[in-house]
Design a protein around this ligand. Structure first.
Ligand SMILES: Nc1ncnc2c1ncn2[C@@H]1O[C@H](COP(=O)(O)OP(=O)(O)O)[C@@H](O)[C@H]1O
Length: 190
């Protein structure tokens, strides 16, 4: 069982890399952002609730996000491991994830962070917004607000995982294959 948290600011390339890593290491990819968007498209109750927050660039409340994630993990207990993408995003989510996994005798194996500077990332998101249809990617103010949320609520997790010797930062600038190689090097040495 190997559980990887893919960490990084909005636009860091977590989703792109997850597509490669899930194949290579036979992991189940869980992107909370994708799951919320799927629910919004299908107009579920969860989707309607999440949309109110996501449209503003706010994080969805912890209780909602945590329950959603745990339900999916519980339905996939035979998985060889999980690739968490966009989760945890708050200290409360990280604490709950550790607690939840430890009850199954599992743990977070490593948190790998894709690093890049804000200017590059904001431009990437605006580019993505032209084709992705994601409304939260099209408005610079909303993107800036997502960065504020990141700095305030998500960045403290770096220290949390560093203290556990589980934090592996890698350079997130380069070609997609170069970055996959950097990530693979970390995972192969775990
Ligand atoms: N773990 C989470 N906790 C709270 N909200 C989340 C979480 N994951 C995703 N979201 C919501 O979904 C939005 C999009 O997330 P995501 O697809 O990961 O995009 P990005 O990494 O580009 O910001 C976030 O801005 C937030 O509103």
């Amino acid at each position: 069982m190997i559980n990887i948290v893919l960490f990084g600011k909005p636009g860091a390339g977590k989703g792109t890399q997850a597509e490669f890593l899930k194949q290579k290491y036979n992991l189940m990819h869980l992107s909370t952002g994708d799951i919320f968007r799927y629910n919004i498209q299908n107009d579920t109750e969860l989707g309607q609730l999440a949309k109110k927050y996501m449209d503003k660039g706010d994080l969805v409340p912890d209780a909602v996000t945590i329950k959603m994630l745990e339900d999916i993990v519980n339905k996939n207990l035979n998985s060889a491991g999980f690739l968490f993408d966009g989760f945890p995003r708050t200290l409360a989510q990280a604490l709950e994830l550790d607690d939840f996994l430890s009850k199954k005798d599992w743990k977070v194996t490593a948190t790998i962070a894709l690093e890049a500077n804000d200017e590059i990332l904001i431009n990437r998101i605006l580019e993505r917004g032209k084709t992705s249809g994601r409304t939260d990617d099209q408005d610079e103010e909303k993107i800036k607000h997502r960065y504020q949320e990141y700095n305030e609520k998500t960045a403290p997790l770096i220290e949390y995982y560093k203290k556990q010797n589980k934090f592996y930062p890698i350079n997130g600038i380069g070609s997609i294959t170069e970055i996959t190689e950097r990530l693979s090097k970390v995972i192969d040495n775990l």
